[in-house]
Design a protein around this ligand. Structure first.
Ligand code: TXA
Ligand code: MG
Length: 317
């Protein structure tokens, strides 16, 4: 299959019309969001959803996030919308927060991996909202990379991973957030953080009160209840080595003469670090070095998501 790549700064009616045609025909469109690029298909068309899994080589046991244009569309995919979900959506949507709630019967089992819940998100990137509004159907969309690879934050990353597998890639420039959305499950009595992200745990707890963090705050165990949260994920091909201090990193660097080491220096703010993390890992991965060395940010709440992605990227395959 030939993959079309179209520039997409809305309003761009030609690109939008092309995307709508592909989605309505059961095809795949990669599109920018404020977190990472998504690989979208009509969430209510089981055949289209199955194509997402085959394009990514994704295990069918890992459920997909359903993207909607506004909170009104929730009732098309959710069987219930608990008060907690209502409060979170009012505060954080559109934006990088995914809310897990009981699923509506009309959502195909392929989307939820046969489970009773559905993960829903209303993204804030204007390009994503323009697409969702134009297609008029909810879009199931995982990150637009082959399973196990780094998530894409530019259209070029998507093309490198999935060219030939998708009909259309919309190029809306680099994603501003840079890491995947926060995922919270409010389908049960106890709220659970399933994936840390740009919406912080404290911000969620200010709205909901205490939230369970399965596996504790270190996010490096197998304890995650979310099927997609196996330890190694978001991983570059080049081995990534993490260090507690700059001195430890320098010592390793000194040991590694005769081979090529790259050092990834993270900015001081979690937001800036998130925004550059995958782009830098993609770049270093393409650069052909033998290892990438990083000082792990401090074990503090505001660094939860960046630490999570680094620990996953560095864990052995
Ligand atoms: O920022 C994002 O969330 C991006 C953009 C494209 O929106 N999407 C994304 O999708 O990261 P993906 O498929 O790479 O990650 C979805 C995560 C997985 O860990 C999956 O297991 C979890 O959400 N998930 C999806 N549905 C779920 C459900 N019903 N219950 C629990 N976890 C669920
Ligand atoms: Mg992913």
């Amino acid at each position: 299959m030939m993959t079309r790549l179209l520039n997409f700064q809305p309003p761009n009616e030609a690109a939008l019309l092309a995307a709508v045609d592909v989605i309505h025909a059961g095809g795949l469109v990669a599109f920018p969001t404020e977190t990472v690029y998504g690989l979208g298909a009509d969430a209510l068309n089981p055949g289209a959803v199955r194509r997402i899994f085959s394009a990514k080589g994704r295990p069918s046991t890992n459920p997909l996030i359903v993207h909607i244009a506004d909170v009104i569309q929730v009732k098309r995919v959710a069987a219930a919308w608990p008060e907690a979900a209502m409060k979170l959506a009012a505060k954080f949507w559109p934006g990088p927060l995914t809310i897990v709630v009981p699923k509506h019967d009309r959502v195909p089992d392929a989307v939820t991996a046969g489970g009773p819940t559905v993960a829903v998100r209303c993204p804030s990137a204007p390009a994503a909202l323009a697409l969702l509004t134009a297609v008029g159907v909810p879009l199931a969309a995982p990150s637009a990379n082959r399973s196990g690879e780094l998530s894409p934050t530019t259209a070029r990353h998507v093309m490198k991973s999935l060219a030939g597998e998708v009909e259309l890639v919309l190029d809306g420039g680099p994603c501003t957030g840079g890491i995947e959305s926060t995922v919270i499950d409010v389908s049960r009595m106890t709220y659970r953080l399933l994936r840390p992200g740009l919406v912080s745990l404290e911000a969620l707890e200010r709205i909901l009160g205490p939230i369970e963090v399965p596996g504790g705050n270190d996010f490096d165990g197998e304890a995650f209840p979310s099927p997609g949260m196996q330890t190694r994920h978001y991983a570059p091909r080049t081995p990534l080595e993490l260090f507690a201090t700059h001195a430890d990193l320098d010592q390793r660097l000194a040991e590694c003469t005769g081979s090529r080491s790259a050092v990834l220096r993270l900015p001081d703010s979690p937001e800036a670090a998130s925004a550059m993390l995958y782009e830098e890992l993609h770049r270093l991965d393409a650069g052909g070095c033998d290892r990438v060395l990083v000082v792990l940010p401090p074990d503090e709440p505001q660094w939860l998501a960046v630490r999570d992605r680094l620990l996953r990227a560095a864990s052995p395959a």
